[in-house]
Design a protein around this ligand. Structure first.
Ligand SMILES: Cc1cc2nc3c(=O)[nH]c(=O)nc-3n(C[C@H](O)[C@H](O)[C@H](O)COP(=O)(O)OP(=O)(O)OC[C@H]3O[C@@H](n4cnc5c(N)ncnc54)[C@H](O)[C@@H]3O)c2cc1C
Length: 448
């Protein structure tokens, strides 16, 4: 295939989680408003089928946002892709309303996402991992209006090459483990929890530990306690106890679409205030209900004179090593930093994630992307990375913009509005390019 024959799209989305699914729908709704608005789009997803944090779809775990913060409603309340439309299509709308709960289970929300993705699936290639984004070989950065993406298939072989006038990177958060701790068949990160748990024989899990003080840690601790009635479950928490997630109405305002402008256009001082005062809406905090569930189980144990659930507070993991089938964990425990070694049949590190990092994907292209004094990408209000003037293609970020757009960057709260803003920007960019071409054609210039 010659260089000019590669598939070329107005936009290629990298990763197809909820963020880029929401963008696919925004583009679809543009098209539905008139064929002149058609934007050719392809979304590339490395998983073999749609999946949203599948390994954390524990029974009864609930969403941490209202069902109205779905893929579309805040952008287009009349969209046929809303959670309410899904409930209607599933014949469950009356029951959902009777249930009087703003927070569906994650399993139900997953079903909603699957239902929505099936309606745009013709624009998605699953089992397709983007391994690099580059300028086409020999392309002049000042003239090229395309980027070239190399795509590996499910076997890891690079095969497909696609070209794009814009890319939208949405590859999600990156799991983070305690320093020096390697994952294996008995040391897991929460992002792989269910998959690895299901590979085990539950009878062999007699002593398990969960590290972390956030929502996933608390949910996994509760799950293991309930699923393994013969086992001792040890929660290793760096804090004194779990802290509650603030989802009260005034605090919730930081997730409103308007808060993005306040953050983006705010001073350094006001941005800092967002984090200082409102970190506890999302980071290292746990829903009230899960905290109470855990405390109740622990108290009931005490009444019955059994201690199946143990909380090691103010505790840090210092090293983890394999001793036969056991995992030996060295800990600094409690207010005196007492050093202890404990053996577990499985250790789950619910130790969080770091922010989306596209630098590796961008490779050489990264030198055309401008950074601030702290070395972070400069990002326009429309989520486009600020690039050197010679770059004509758009590189947009869905995620990884906490420093410019605030707390919603890695969350679902604002994806409907954000995707609409990115779609608007891509459509406007194409209109601009078309106008430029028409002008050049009129004056007899180069219309490439
Ligand atoms: C257990 C859990 C529960 C959560 N619950 C909530 C909640 O209730 N409310 C909320 O607001 N937020 C929640 N979050 C935060 C979470 O970040 C968002 O829910 C959401 O996943 C963000 O969507 P995304 O599409 O940006 O990223 P992701 O959902 O992470 O999707 C990224 C996708 O990119 C794919 N990918 C990565 N690299 C490549 C590549 N090179 N090529 C192709 N594909 C690639 C991945 O396979 C993945 O499917 C939760 C997070 C976790 C871990």
């Amino acid at each position: 295939m010659s260089d000019r024959e590669h598939e070329t799209y107005d936009v290629v989305g990298i990763g197809f989680g909820p963020s880029n699914l929401s963008l696919a729908i925004a583009l679809e709704e543009y098209r539905a408003n008139g064929p002149e608005n058609e934007i050719s789009a392809l979304f590339l997803e490395r998983q073999s089928a749609f999946g949203w944090h599948r390994n954390m779809l524990l029974p009864s775990t609930t969403m941490q946002i209202s069902f109205l913060k779905d893929l579309v409603t805040f952008r287009n309340p009349t969209s046929s892709f809303s959670f309410i439309a899904y409930l209607h299509a599933s014949g469950r709308l009356p029951q959902f309303v009777n249930n009087q709960d703003f927070f569906p289970t994650r399993q139900e929300f997953h079903q909603y996402l699957e239902w929505a993705q099936a309606r745009v699936a013709d624009r998605v290639a699953y089992g397709s991992e983007v391994t690099s984004i580059r300028l086409p070989p020999g392309a002049d950065p000042e003239r090229s209006d395309r980027l070239r993406l190399e795509v590996a298939d499910a076997t890891g072989r690079n095969g497909r090459v696609v070209e794009a006038r814009n890319v939208v990177i949405s590859t999600g958060l990156v799991p983070s483990m305690p320093v020096g701790t390697e994952r294996d068949e008995r040391v897991w990160h929460s992002s792989e929890f269910l998959e690895k748990y299901r590979r085990m024989n539950p009878a062999e899990l007699r002593r398990v530990a969960v590290v972390g003080a956030g929502q996933s840690a608390a949910e996994i601790t509760r799950f293991l306690y309930d699923e393994l009635p013969h086992a001792e479950v040890c929660a290793v928490i760096p804090s004194y106890g779990y802290s509650v997630a603030d989802d009260t109405p005034f605090a919730n305002q930081i997730f409103d679409p308007g808060a993005v402008d306040d953050y983006y256009f705010g001073t350094e001082q006001t941005r800092e205030a967002f984090w200082r005062y409102h970190r506890n809406t999302n980071y290292s905090v746990v829903d009230d209900e899960v905290i109470r569930d855990l405390y109740r189980r622990s108290y009931d144990d005490e009444v019955r004179g059994v201690r199946r659930l143990q909380f090691l507070n103010l505790t840090r993991v210092t090293s983890v090593k394999r001793v036969g089938a056991e995992t030996r964990v060295s800990l600094q425990v409690g207010p005196d930093d007492e050093v202890r070694e404990l053996d577990f049949d499985a250790l789950v590190c619910a130790t969080g994630y770091s922010t989306m990092e596209p630098t590796d994907l961008l490779g050489d292209l990264d030198r055309h992307c401008l950074r601030d004094e702290a070395g972070r990408y400069r990002v326009e209000r429309d989520y486009r990375i600020v690039t050197a003037p010679e770059m004509r293609c758009g590189i947009y970020l869905q995620g990884g913009t906490e420093h410019t757009h605030g707390l919603t960057s890695s969350l679902l709260s604002n994806i409907a509005v954000r995707s609409g803003e990115i779609a608007d920007s891509i459509v406007a960019g194409r209109a601009g390019r078309n106008a430029e071409r028409a002008l050049l054609a009129e004056v007899g210039g180069d219309t490439r």
